[in-house]
Write a protein that binds this ligand. Structure first.
Ligand code: CTP
Ligand code: MG
Length: 220
């Protein structure tokens, strides 16, 4: 297996707000992206990061301690950023790719190991958690059964040739790469997710991340 991690960091963090895209806010004195790269690097053969062109200086500062090579320029949607990243990885010809959100800095060795183990037997693997809250639609008119529902996290791992082909054939803006894989008929195995592997999306998530590290990222 040759495994490359593709970290997508080309979003602008609209829901969190602020001048600087969320992946460059600091936790414990280091950019969220720095934490994410450090968490994943020991488990893979190489890491490449997808960024916005205007964030080049922030990217350099966040990754200067690592030997990652040039970043890849992303697109207007997450799907477009992943697709650009996969195209850029093609010359490396990895057997597998782990596609991970820069905004999930608390990914653990257990989650990554579970996904890689899943790829021994499945074309795709995705860390998942069950839904625990009651679900309702249309202002409490319809109760939605939660049995069988999964919350998908990242890293989502795939056979590299299979997910590259799936992305080339499907340029819709889908929620994640499992959606692209399933639309192409690929098998995806659910592996163990972790509540701590949350995506920093809203100000409340940022406060939760600060609580885990004991630091205010705005003063980092
Ligand atoms: N992402 C990306 N390219 C995009 C959009 C998102 O690489 N055009 C990345 C983000 O940088 C993030 C991950 O995809 O690491 C998950 O996306 P999300 O949490 O939605 O981040 P943003 O799109 O930046 O935030 P928002 O939707 O609130 O604007
Ligand atoms: Mg987004």
């Amino acid at each position: 297996m040759t495994i490359v991690a593709l970290i997508v960091a080309a979003g602008r963090g609209t829901r969190l707000g602020g001048e600087v895209a969320k992946q460059y806010l600091k936790l414990q004195g280091e950019a969220i992206l720095t934490h994410t790269v450090r968490a994943i690097l020991p488990h893979v053969d190489a890491v490449r990061v997808v960024i916005r062109p205007q964030d080049m200086a922030l990217y350099r500062a966040a990754t200067c301690g690592f030997d990652l090579g040039d970043p890849i320029i992303g697109g207007d949607t997450r799907s477009a950023s992943v697709r650009a990243g996969l195209e850029a990885l093609e010359p490396l010809a990895p057997t597998h790719v782990l596609i991970h959100d820069a905004a999930r800095p608390f990914v653990t060795p257990e989650i990554i190991g579970g996904v890689i183990a899943g790829l021994q037997t499945s074309t795709g693997a995705c860390p998942c958690l069950p839904v625990v809250d009651a679900l309702w639609s249309d202002g409490f008119s319809g109760s939605v059964p939660r049995e069988g529902l999964l919350r998908a996290q990242t890293p989502q791992g795939f056979s590299f040739p299979a997910i590259l082909k799936a992305h080339r054939e499907n340029t819709a803006d889908l929620a994640d790469d499992v959606a692209v894989a399933r639309a192409a008929g690929l098998d995806v195995l659910a592996t163990q997710g972790d509540e701590d592997n949350f995506k920093i999306t809203t100000p409340a998530d940022l406060a939760r991340a600060e609580g885990k590290t004991g630091m205010d990222p705005r003063n980092g």
